[in-house]
Design a protein around this ligand. Structure first.
Ligand SMILES: [Zn+2]
Length: 280
């Protein structure tokens, strides 16, 4: 399976969301990555995906940088390995909400063969993932625990910053929304603006008809054009607001999970140090 990246993938750069999904799906198929059950595979980079990239690189004899570039050795290895993965069994998992497509909801919880089609990786636009039947119980050593702890700390910091950025973005969009409304009130009148604000966006096509019905002859072609443009601009900014809100919700969920991971990592690290001291 040839995996194509749009941009370099690394923890210190703005990544491409569809790249993140592709990398997660590939690492998931190979048993390196398991998503958070409530969000499934998302385009948001989390700690686990970088840890998984490093582990994969190590196992492939590559330098474990946690970075993947289009056309580099890591992406070639990922393409080859996912293509070769034809044996073994997994459980098809979905997020379990109403947005899961029906065909995938029907597969949820079923035991599948990695050779079966469809598999969650080839359905790269969905959030589904494969849960391997045989789980690795190999314990990490202290050095790996320290690395995991540092990674967890970095991710918490990254996600907190990301939420801050998203909140700022949301404020900007709300201001933009307000200035669009204000400008329209000036140009087409507050009564028409108030009327348009009550309309669902699928009414755009019949806006002229509706305005003429409710406001009669005062509606000139010029006014109509301005009203139409107002409604279109409003729709664009409202969609951006909704998208940003969704991103905030998702990032909060990831932050929560990362904070839990950080706690677990701390406990593991303490335990591992105690064990080491006993051996000494
Ligand atoms: Zn799916």
């Amino acid at each position: 399976m040839k995996i194509k990246l749009n941009k370099p993938f690394a923890s210190n750069t703005a990544v491409d969301e569809s790249d993140v999904r592709r990398i997660k799906k590939a690492l998931n198929r190979l048993g390196y990555y398991q998503p958070y059950e409530k969000t499934g595979i998302t385009g948001i980079p989390d700690i686990a995906v970088f840890t998984a990239v490093k582990k994969f690189q190590k196992d492939q004899g590559l330098h474990p940088t946690g970075m993947v570039k289009p056309e580099d050795e890591t992406i070639k290895a990922l393409s080859d390995e996912t293509g070769n993965k034809k044996t073994g069994k997994y459980i098809w998992r979905t997020v379990g909400d109403e947005r899961v497509r029906k065909t995938h909801a029907a597969l949820n919880g079923t035991i599948r063969d990695y050779a079966d089609s469809p598999d969650p990786m080839e359905e790269h636009n969905c959030r589904c993932w494969a849960e391997p039947l045989e789980k690795s119980t190999k314990n990490r050593n202290c050095r790996e625990e320290i690395e995991a702890y540092i990674e967890a700390e970095k991710r918490v910091e990254y996600l907190s910053e990301k939420i801050n950025d998203l909140l700022l973005r949301l404020e900007e969009l709300r201001n933009e929304n307000n200035s669009i409304v204000k400008k329209a009130q000036k140009n087409i009148g507050s009564q028409i603006v108030a009327f348009i604000l009550t309309l669902p966006f699928d009414r755009i096509g019949v806006l002229g008809e509706l305005l003429r019905k409710y406001f009669g002859n005062v509606i000139s072609n010029e006014l109509l054009q301005a009203a139409d443009e107002f409604m279109r601009r409003l729709q664009v900014v409202k969609e951006k607001i909704q998208y940003t809100k969704d991103q905030i919700t998702m990032t909060f969920a990831l932050l929560e999970r990362s904070a839990e991971e950080l706690e677990t990592s701390k406990t593991n690290l303490e335990e591992c140090k105690r064990n080491e001291n006993q051996i000494k």
